[in-house]
Design a protein around this ligand. Structure first.
Ligand code: ADP
Ligand code: MG
Length: 725
């Protein structure tokens, strides 16, 4: 890296020792750091209106936001009755307007200085005296020169986040712009290129140095867009390069672990199932079999909506492993789910010579030891557990297949852990969370995907209803009626984290109250994550065998729990759950041919929150916004029963962010690009990365040195992880 760039920011004009301290304290010690500290927003001339236009808009009843640039004429605190307000009178070239604040008066009075310039953004209104006015607008300080330059030449003004460390030392928006401008002018040309020249040319990208220049001080919107494009492309290119490297290594991995799926035992097992496998289940089994027979190591994602029947596919694959002399392991995210798998699988293998073993973190040492012994001595063995089963003490005998159930995120790290233990089994990761195909192809480029795209034929649509809390007594009555018919019910309370003591207490209190009042005549069980596993197991067993009619539970039943006779789920405080969580919870019912019900309860304020999202959401306070989004989530649940549709809606409500977990996949987190919105760039970057890696996997060619260097400089952690995979 070039020398000047690693010099201290003190070399920049107008940064003295004091300011150096301030920059250093927020991690901007070098010139390079500052050059890569990008604006978080811009003021663009084409979006600025003058006060005459704005007045016309306001008179016409426009209710969107506008931005103006104006100078403060005077500011005064005006009293009315017992209250007061701050009125700042402003003037632009064309006229006058006022900004008013009813709160934070002192702060805003000190902020607005007379004769200084500000960019004001807000919703314009006309007062009853005919004044153009903004109440509590957003604003940014700019200086007089900037304002002139801006209005005359159409410059785009950048705004930088100003962490406290800078503000304390009086580095405000204007001085920050000046300092960065000095840095960019003197040093941008020294920023070395991080992409091969050939790509910069064929993809018509800005050089990195020009990108830096234009991301800070773009001379046009088009150049700003080009700069952003370059940053996104580069980020996605390196992401895909890592995926390509990983994939090429994986293709080299061979395995002589092969399973026989066609034994008499397996054929009989399938024949004796109480149902016929669906075409989709059979297809997936064929895909798994084909891959394992091919001599490669399987690393497969099995996607299927809640209730589509993934477990049986897992079990048959494990039987094939066991039939061929290997141990198989099934890992679940919670102890409750692991216990259930243990109960069900033990039952369906009852009478065979296959030993089923359960390993959980909360087991007592003695219980655990017993289980470990069984693993050692059993001739044929399936191991079920939580992640605790991969602890150091566990010794597998010829582990050939690992199945990871309900993994919402790709379990690369788990795989890395296995390899550290010196084993390299076939891996099947099962999830109900649909991952869009472009993503499985791109980020998860090294992962093969199987999909169970149909539900068993006997299923009815679950009836979903949203109700206010006042309706709870009616819902309890409804539950009692169904229970009288021999069906069962879940009542769920939110407990977002196991350590959430307050809500845990609330759930237990509800259990006690309901047990003594509405459900005094019913058999009611309680289940939560803090219970010892043997108690959890007992409760699950009793619910499964109808000894309990109603199960009151925290979110521990969210994933995987399968009691087909349960037909009602009541979800309390539903606004506290994410959409995919709600869908998972709903999936606890509708697991048989019986009609099932999901009743979602929340407070009336949320349920009746009906705004037009397109127009109004931007003007809501953060708390109102949350409330509004909650109501949208609940309505989405009502509208769709397909996990894929719901995942899409969730994505829109939450914004893509990291929900696809690049973090856990061992790949870098994205700063500039968005996997969903920037799909086009992603596909191009992927093509380029794979072409290069397929041609020169070790990046030995001279023209690829720049890639190797960038990987080593900026992505070394990801590279190390990729190497272990
Ligand atoms: P998930 O995909 O959510 O893990 P499960 O594997 O728990 O779903 O299956 C849900 C329920 O459907 C279970 O009770 C299971 O026995 C049953 N099931 C699985 N496959 C079929 C099928 N082909 N026909 C009917 N019922 C099935
Ligand atoms: Mg499941």
């Amino acid at each position: 890296m070039s020398n000047n760039l690693s010099k201290s920011v003190q070399y920049i004009k107008s940064v003295g020792p004091k300011r150096y301290e301030a920059f250093h304290s927020i991690g901007l010690g070098t010139i390079r750091d500052l050059l890569f500290y990008f604006p978080f927003k811009y003021l663009d001339r084409s979006t600025i209106l003058n006060s005459i236009k704005v007045r016309e808009y306001a008179v016409a009843g426009y209710d969107g936001e506008v931005t103006l640039i104006a100078m403060v004429e005077k500011s005064e605190v005006i009293r009315y009755g017992r209250k007061s307000l701050l009125k700042v009178s402003m003037k632009d070239n064309n006229g006058y307007f006022d900004c008013v604040w009813f709160q934070g008066i002192k702060y805003f009075r000190d902020t607005f200085e007379e004769e200084k310039y500000y960019a004001i953004s807000g919703k314009p209104v006309i007062t009853k005296y005919g004044h153009l006015q903004f109440a509590h607008p957003d604003f940014d300080r700019i200086d007089a020169d900037e304002s002139k330059e801006f209005l005359n030449t159409g410059r785009i003004i950048p705004f930088y986040k100003l962490p406290q460390g800078l503000r304390e030392k009086n580095i405000g928006a204007i001085s920050m712009r000046r300092i960065v401008n000095n840095a960019v002018k003197s040093y941008y040309a020294e920023v070395p290129e991080t992409l091969p020249d050939s790509l910069v040319q064929t993809r018509r990208l800005l050089a990195l140095k020009d990108t830096i220049k234009h991301i800070h001080f773009p001379s046009s919107k088009e150049l700003l867009e080009k700069a952003r494009h370059r940053l996104k492309y580069e980020e996605l290119f390196y992401l895909e390069t890592l995926v390509a490297i990983r994939k090429s290594r994986k293709n080299l991995l061979k395995s002589d672990v092969k399973f026989d799926f066609n034994t008499e035992f397996i054929k009989d097992f399938i024949k004796e199932l109480p149902f016929k496998l669906t075409e989709a289940q059979l297809n997936v089994l064929r895909e798994i079999r084909k891959e394992i027979e091919s001599g490669k190591i399987m690393n497969r994602l099995l996607q299927g909506d809640v209730g589509s029947g993934k477990t049986i596919v897992a079990l048959i694959s494990m039987l094939a492993a066991v039939e061929s002399g290997y141990q198989a392991a099934l890992m679940a995210p919670t102890e409750v789910l692991a216990s259930q798998h243990f109960i069900n699988i033990s039952r369906s293998l009852n009478g065979s010579d296959i030993e089923v073993v359960l390993l959980l973190g909360s087991q007592k040492a003695r219980e655990r030891k017993q289980m470990l012994e069984k693993m050692n001595t059993a001739e044929r063995c399936i191991v079920i557990g939580t992640h605790a089963m991969f602890e150091d003490k566990t010794v597998f005998n010829n582990l050939g297949l690992v199945i990871i159930d309900e993994q919402h995120r790709f379990g690369v790290l788990q795989r890395a852990r296995l390899i550290e233990k010196g084993i390299n089994p076939h891996v099947l990761v099962m999830t109900a969370t649909p991952i869009p195909r472009t993503l499985t192809m791109t980020i998860y480029g090294d992962l093969d995907v199987s999909i169970i795209g149909e539900m068993p034929k006997d299923r009815m649509k679950i009836i979903t209803a949203i109700r206010g809390e006042r309706k709870l007594p009616d819902i309890y009555e409804f539950i009692k009626e169904r229970v009288k018919q021999g069906e069962q019910a879940y009542i769920v309370y939110p407990l977002i984290e196991e350590s959430d003591k307050l809500n845990l207490k609330a759930a237990i209190d509800h259990y006690n109250t309901l047990n003594e009042t509405y459900f005094a005549d019913n058999k009611v069980g309680l289940l939560h994550g803090r219970m010892a596993w043997s108690d959890k197991e007992e409760v699950m067993r009793k619910f499964a065998s109808k000894e309990f009619e109603i199960l009151i539970s925290t979110t521990v039943i969210e994933v995987g729990i399968d009691v087909p006779n349960a037909t009602i789920i009541l979800i309390n405080d539903a606004h506290q759950f994410g959409l995919s969580q709600l869908h998972q919870l709903r999936g606890r019912v509708g697991r048989s041919s019986l009609q099932s019900y999901c009743v979602v309860v929340s407070n009336e304020g949320i349920i009746n929150n009906r705004l037009n999202p397109k127009i109004e959401i931007e003007y809501l306070s953060p708390a109102q916004k949350e409330k509004f989004k909650s109501s949208l989530r609940l309505r989405a649940l009502l509208e769709h029963d397909d996990g894929f549709k719901l995942a899409e809606t969730d994505l829109k409500l939450r914004g893509p962010g990291d929900i696809f977990g690049t973090k856990q996949s061992g790949l870098p987190e994205l700063k500039y690009a968005d996997l969903v919105l920037d799909e086009d760039i992603l596909l191009t970057a992927k093509q380029d990365a794979f072409d290069i890696i397929n041609d020169d996997v070790n990046l030995k060619k001279h023209s690829n040195h720049v890639i190797l260097n960038t990987l080593l400089n900026l992505y070394s952690d990801n590279l190390i992880l990729s190497n272990t995979l």
